[in-house]
Design a protein around this ligand. Structure first.
Ligand SMILES: [Zn+2]
Length: 101
């Protein structure tokens, strides 16, 4: 693939930092009841979402390093750059994603 992936790497690293910071904020909110004005269920759901995002972004960064980034994990076809701009950690091309996991 001849696509320049350095802007994507930067985007992914920025997102990774944001989600990591969010996780820290949520962890603090969880130990100080009422401080964030959030109920425990909301904090739990947001923590789970942040962890999931961190996992997917980390996996995408590994694929960038390994050189397999931008390939669909199901059909091994290229994922269009336009899709990766919207969803930098996309693992599947649009048809495969639409077919379900
Ligand atoms: Zn595919």
């Amino acid at each position: 693939m001849s696509v320049d992936t350095s802007p994507l790497r930067h985007t992914l690293q920025t997102q990774l930092r944001q989600h990591t910071e969010e996780l820290a904020v949520l962890a603090a909110a969880g130990t100080e009841p009422g401080s964030a004005g959030e109920d425990p269920d909301t904090i739990g759901a947001r923590t789970a979402a942040a962890r999931q995002a961190i996992e997917e972004i980390s996996a995408a960064l590994s694929r960038l390093t390994a050189g397999s980034y931008g390939r669909c994990e199901r059909c091994a076809g290229p994922i269009p750059a336009a899709r990766l701009e919207i969803l930098p950690h996309a693992r599947f091309c649009v048809p495969c994603q639409a077919r379900g996991r």
